[in-house]
Design a protein around this ligand. Structure first.
Ligand SMILES: [Zn+2]
Length: 270
């Protein structure tokens, strides 16, 4: 599943292998995957652009192109990017192909077909994708317990749902939120505003640990070059309902919070 660690791995690979190269053409195999501009313009505008830089904001990969343009890519649940020889036949889940120099392709793949891309000048792109409303990045060194406390203060919602709101905190997906709450020993149904100073301290540290471990193991998906990551989706509790909690051996429970499957230990998360 493409959560922030998986997106971050692809981003780092892009910086290593694609920045500095030139896009020589584009093919859209799934029209719904290009949000804007219209498909003929998308391909025409990309032709001849140099890839200058790549960054991440929440789960968006933002590729800076020559001519004051940004190509945004969002993997949704299972999308990814792959760098392959241009003569390799496209697999069925290919949505968009960017032809690069040196006879290679950068391909947007998604077995569910939900991944999306968009192309525009930076200000227009930020406005249309509402990037300005995103909260602080959990992976940035500036993400401190004070930042977390400030973001959760006055939030009436259930903690798990609040943590998934990218306007509150950019960086936690469903899996990483469950793992972070388990690591911190905090129940997902708590009110976000009810956390004590000590609990906030534990939660901030747990979020950073879960994300950094995911990245250190290169995520749970394949990287840009097709190499599998070493992290496990089912790390401690995610999708381990019924199995013993690694900390106290109580069977892990699953419930629905805000429409999302939520895994927790009923004994050692309070
Ligand atoms: Zn437990």
């Amino acid at each position: 599943m493409a959560e922030v660690p998986e997106v971050e791995i692809i981003l780092r690979d892009l910086c290593e292998a694609v920045v500095g190269r030139v896009i020589t053409g584009a093919e859209v195999l799934e029209p719904a995957s290009v949000l804007f501009p219209p498909i003929p313009e998308f391909a025409a505008i990309l032709h001849g652009r140099e890839v200058l830089d790549a960054n991440r904001r929440a789960k968006f990969i933002l590729v800076t192109l020559s001519g004051n343009l940004i190509l945004a890519v969002h993997f949704m649940l299972w999308g990814t990017l792959k760098l392959v020889p241009a003569n390799q036949p496209p697999v069925e889940e290919t949505l968009v192909i960017l032809h690069l120099d040196r006879a290679e392709d950068l391909r947007l793949l998604d077995k569910l077909g939900y991944a999306r891309t968009a192309l525009a000048e930076p200000e227009i792109l930020a406005e249309r994708l509402d990037l300005g409303s995103l909260g602080p990045e959990a992976l940035e060194p500036s993400f401190t317990v004070d930042i977390l406390a400030g973001q959760l203060r006055n939030r009436r919602g259930v903690l798990k749902s609040v943590l998934l709101n990218q306007r509150v905190l950019a960086g936690l997906g469903n899996r990483d939120a469950d793992e972070s709450l388990w690591l911190a020993g905090i129940a997902p149904r708590r009110s976000a505003a009810s956390l004590t100073g000590e609990e906030l301290f534990r939660l901030q540290a747990a979020i950073v640990q879960v994300l950094r471990e995911g990245i250190a193991l290169r995520g749970t998906q394949r990287d840009l070059f097709g190499r599998p990551g070493g992290a496990s989706h089912r790390r401690n509790i995610f999708e381990r309902n019924g199995e013993p909690c690694p900390r106290c051996k109580t069977p892990i429970a699953r419930t629905r919070i805000g429409g999302r499957n939520t895994h927790f230990c009923p004994n050692c998360q309070h």
